[in-house]
Design a protein around this ligand. Structure first.
Ligand code: NAD
Ligand code: DAU
Length: 373
């Protein structure tokens, strides 16, 4: 079997569902169920003996060692992390704890387990660390996309903590020979995405008749990848990636935030028109920018395409429409995650932004901003 950390989160739960949809190899799913972990994502596996859920903290090295000794996985796929940039600005300590110390604890447990394996098991074991394109910092409009050779230049507490984790993984391979693999992926979207992140936040706010908050001028660029394509890429890297290597994963889908929000509004206008026939675009509201906001991310995915033959199955148009349809069909899931804790976060992140001189400015097109009355 394989051991997955963070398998109750957005990408982790998609990965577990995807894995068990294609293979009978079991999954031990280790997650301490922070606000972002949700066992409802895995409800379809409730009676499936191939899925073993364990509530545990990756920072607890002894617990991780005991789990490895008990389940004897042939691989670890490490998703568990604090993942939201805005939360890392409000409270960086949890990011250092889980992303840096937690990855260190897990590496130590993995090193102890792997060192004691028989030669045959030792040679096939893999530790796959799931990371982000944000470790490379921000691109200017004319720079080429991030290749694996790009220098690290993280700009937020989140990306700095992920960069630190990447360096630890690299060091454990270089120093101890632990058979690691690292993936650095661009922005994901799709089912089970927690509505603190841009795409699900816009969908749920639009349907609730609430403002659609655009940070700053809305011209920041992200490179979007459907989550199922990320899961497929991780499976390819785990199966065939050369030990010690890094693979950047992305969909060649650079989009300005405001264009993404316009697309979402247009799809909702089509699938769930408002009774008065007005467009959801009228809810778009400009708010104060994110401090240190990275301007542009883009991934050069040629290495994984050429070395492993992976390419995304979804275009942005097909993936984003599927995603909106999923949220429309899964309103009880949305209602469930919008608990008291979620409401507190929304208040903390957006109340100050709304109180600035920018509040109430309505963006009318991808490069034009006008103040509302
Ligand atoms: P998420 O926040 O939705 O889920 C994280 C999961 O980790 C949750 O289930 C949470 O309960 C669990 N977790 C957190 N701290 C833990 C701890 N100390 N011990 C055990 N479990 C813990 O995150 P996501 O968006 O699914 O991201 C998963 C991974 O992929 C992260 O490592 C992230 O950095 C990386 N990544 C995310 C994206 C993206 O667009 N979301 C893109 C590239 C890489
Ligand atoms: O690039 C990969 C990263 O993508 C992952 O490593 C992170 O875990 C993941 O959260 C994501 O980070 P971003 O900061 O890019 O994602 P987010 O959805 O928070 O924001 C996307 C863009 O939209 C970003 O430029 C900020 C902007 N934004 C976001 C929110 C929540 C808004 O304009 N308004 C908002 O309300």
């Amino acid at each position: 079997m394989i051991l997955v950390t963070g398998g109750a989160g957005f990408i982790g739960s998609n990965f577990v569902l995807d894995w068990l949809g294609q293979s009978d190899e079991g999954v031990v799913n280790v997650d301490n169920l922070t606000y972002a972990g949700n066992l409802h994502n895995l409800a379809s596996l409730r009676d499936d003996p191939r899925h073993v859920f364990v509530k545990a903290d990756i920072c607890d090295s002894a617990a991780m060692a005991a789990l490895l000794a008990r389940h004897r996985p042939r691989a670890i796929v490490h998703f568990a992390a604090e993942s939201h940039v805005d939360r890392s600005i409000h409270g960086p300590a949890a990011f250092i704890q889980t992303n840096v110390n937690g990855t260190f604890s897990l590496l130590e447990a993995a090193r102890g387990y792997w060192s004691a394996l028989e030669a045959a098991d030792k040679s096939v074991f893999r530790f796959l660390h799931v990371s982000t394109d944000e470790v490379y910092g921000s691109l200017t409009p004319d720079e080429p996309p991030f290749a694996e050779t790009r220098q690290y230049a993280p700009n937020s507490p989140y990306s700095a903590s992920k960069a630190a984790a990447d360096h630890l993984v690299r060091a454990y391979h270089h120093t101890y020979g632990l058979p690691t693999l690292t993936t650095n992926c661009s922005n994901n979207y799709g089912p089970y995405h927690f509505p603190e992140k841009l795409i699900p936040l816009i969908i749920v706010n639009a349907l609730a008749g609430k403002p659609l908050p655009i940070y700053g001028d809305g011209q920041q660029v992200r490179d979007w990848l459907y989550v199922g394509d990320h899961c497929a890429a991780i499976r390819c890297v785990l199966a065939d990636g050369a030990v010690g290597e890094v693979f950047n994963i992305g969909g060649w889908n650079e989009k300005a935030n405001l264009d993404v929000v316009h697309t979402l509004c247009d799809i909702l206008d089509d699938l769930r028109p408002k009774p008065d026939c007005s467009s959801y675009r009228a809810q778009i509201t400009r708010v104060q920018d994110r401090p240190g906001h990275d301007r542009r991310y883009a991934i050069d995915a040629r290495k994984i395409e050429h070395a492993l033959g992976w390419t995304p199955a979804e275009t942005f148009d097909s993936g984003i429409r599927k995603t909106v349809q999923w949220y429309l069909a899964n309103q009880p899931w949305v209602a469930d995650v919008q608990s008291g804790d979620y409401l507190k976060w929304v208040e903390q992140n957006y109340s100050d932004r709304g109180a600035t001189a920018l509040a109430g400015a309505v963006l009318t097109s991808s490069n034009q901003a006008s103040e509302s009355a």
